[in-house]
Design a binder for this molecule. Structure first.
Ligand code: FES
Length: 108
């Protein structure tokens, strides 16, 4: 199970184990790190927004048009960055061992 390094909203650092083949969102949600994953990974809620450490971006699948549209909608409420991704759209694989993410601000 790849380990994911996570910076929570309060600045604290955590490590969670992720399941290969499952969305990254599930490991963050199950780790109770502030990711709700309200839509269950259907790319329709935006509650799984994370900032990916730059060195990992090239190892991730490209954003789908659905993810891009959801992020654009989210950007009206929270800061979007070049490294913004929806963690439900990132399938975990062994190559992501050590990936580092920061939980984005919650939509109020
Ligand atoms: S879990 Fe809803 S958009 Fe990712």
């Amino acid at each position: 199970m790849p380990e994911v390094r996570v910076k929570a909203r309060d600045g604290s650092d955590h490590i969670v184990a992720a399941t290969v083949g499952a969305p990254l969102m599930e490991a963050l949600r199950d780790g109770r790190l502030g990711i709700d994953g309200t839509c269950g990974g259907a790319c329709s809620c935006g509650t799984c927004h994370v900032y990916i450490q730059a060195e990992w971006l090239d190892r991730l699948p490209l954003k789908s048009s659905d993810e891009t549209m959801m992020l654009e909608a989210l950007g009206e409420f929270v800061p979007l960055k070049d490294n913004s991704r929806l963690s439900c759209q990132i399938p975990v694989n062994d190559a992501l061992e050590g990936i580092t993410v920061e939980i984005a601000p919650a939509v109020e």
